[in-house]
Unconditional design. Structure first.
Length: 459
């Protein structure tokens, strides 16, 4: 351990604290996003169109930071583009843009985040493969991107390079598949629009709809999820219902028969969350067990085989969240560790390889605290904190303006204790730490260009 004491009593230590788990994972076609507890984003996997957001088109086999964005509260990944919701209610996007899915009014590919046009006051958003959807705090619903099958539900089949308002209200949840979207209303009914070749709209037909139509036979629904060409829903009795394409058994009823109206997956109960990939499905039970079924040639089910599963099989326990990509999946366990399995040609599993994984493997390097600065690369005259030790207000000062940063306080175990966002421009910011228990803590400043981690003592 190497120390240097400056006049302000800042102690600079050369060590690495344990990694901090992500809050939210988003699985895209072949890439992933992790919304870190610091308000930053890590990304990994396929990057041909800049969907990783690090300014390159180089595939990443382990997580790397997304450039030029802070204060993120939610992320969502399309097939080859990415979305992020910031704490100021704006939406940002990057990656492939052939159909206007970036939402900036152009078809220009973006390798770092740009703001989606005209969207403010957003409380929820999601990415479909080539489109974006967003819900405002005033209850209005907006969509942009690919719309050839009417999947945006605005009554047209025109692509939109900027968000357009969609006439629908009382929305609580929404999700997008390959060419269809689902909406859950506050009355617990489900509505769908877009392509319907496989009955994925659930209205008993195979006719596309350019506006949202009600899914047959469903009420009391609490959650929905769209796969590529199939759909899943959870009822208030914790049962799971499925409809649409079933070539690979992704409906979980033991057959490969396509269903144009919802059917119950009879072997599942006590389910609190579902996820859907290209042709595979997942259910997370209240007891923490994870169940999977459907296509499995690349290990998508995660049961250690490549045998297609037409009924749900248990794959993991101790799971708190599940996320599905195109042909891979990611789970967060109750201990905060992140696990991934399935197709891995582009490094989307995040284990540093391109080897397909038929069983879950640990994803490392997610959202870590940086290595704390050493004497050689920390300039005491550039940034200081005072007083140190501190009892109430801690002041962070710099000769360079501190703008668009996230300030995070961690304890010695690496647990996040406090987070504040600063979007103005100032050379001095104030952080009240009076409520912290006496002890040793670390401050990390996450900016657009660099990170700083500094030890301080709370009296």
């Amino acid at each position: 351990m190497k120390k240097k004491l400056f006049a302000s009593s800042i102690v600079i230590i050369n060590l690495t604290i344990q990694s901090i788990s992500a809050q939210i994972i988003a699985g895209g076609g072949s890439h992933n996003l992790a919304n870190c507890s610091s308000g930053l984003i890590d990304a990994w996997g396929y990057n041909l169109y800049g969907q990783i957001g690090d300014g390159t088109t180089t595939d990443r086999h382990t997580p790397v930071p997304v450039s030029l964005i802070t204060g993120v509260t939610a992320v969502s990944a399309g097939y080859e583009f990415s979305l992020a919701l910031k704490n100021d209610g704006t939406v940002w996007s990057w990656g492939w843009n052939q159909y206007g899915q970036i939402g900036d009014g152009t078809n220009v590919e973006r390798h770092t985040p740009v703001q989606v046009n005209g969207l403010t006051g957003i409380i929820k958003m999601t990415a479909g493969p080539d489109l974006g959807l967003a819900l405002k705090s005033d209850g209005t619903f907006w969509g942009w991107g690919y719309n050839t099958n009417g999947q945006l539900g605005d009554g047209t089949t025109a692509n939109h390079t900027s968000p357009v308002q969609i006439s629908f209200s009382n929305i609580t949840e929404f999700t997008a598949g390959y060419r269809h979207t689902l909406i859950l209303k506050s009355d617990s009914t489900v509505w769908a629009s877009g392509a319907n070749q496989f009955g994925q709209l659930g209205n008993g037909t195979t006719t596309d709809s350019h506006t949202h139509i009600q899914v047959n036979l469903l009420s009391g629904i609490t959650a929905i999820k769209a796969g590529a060409n199939h759909s899943l829903a959870i009822k208030d009795d914790s049962t799971v219902w499925a409809w649409g394409w079933n070539l690979n058994g992704q409906l979980g009823d033991g057959t490969t028969t396509t269903q144009t109206t919802p059917i119950q997956i009879s072997t599942l109960s006590g389910v609190r969350a579902v996820a859907a990939g290209a042709a595979q499905s997942f259910a997370l039970k209240y007891d923490g067990t994870l169940w999977a079924w459907g296509v499995n040639g690349l290990g998508q089910v995660g049961d250690g085989t490549n045998i297609e599963r037409h009924y749900p099989v248990q794959t993991l326990s101790g799971v708190s969240q599940i996320f599905a990509g195109g042909d891979h999946a990611i789970a967060i366990k109750t201990d905060g560790t992140v696990w991934a399995w399935g197709y891995n040609a582009y490094g989307q599993i995040g284990d540093g390889t391109t080897t397909d994984r038929w069983s879950p493997v640990l994803v490392t390097g997610l959202c870590p605290l940086p290595t704390l600065e050493t004497e050689n690369n920390f300039l005491g005259s550039e940034m200081t904190i005072s007083p140190n030790p501190v009892s109430d207000n801690l002041y962070v000062s710099s000769y360079n303006p501190l703008n668009d940063i996230a300030l995070v306080v961690y304890d010695l175990a690496g647990k996040k204790i406090l987070i504040k966002y600063f979007t103005g421009i100032d050379n001095k910011i104030t952080v009240n730490v009076g409520h912290l228990k006496p002890g040793i803590y670390f401050i990390r400043l996450n900016g657009q260009q660099a990170e700083r981690a500094i030890k301080f003592i709370k009296m």
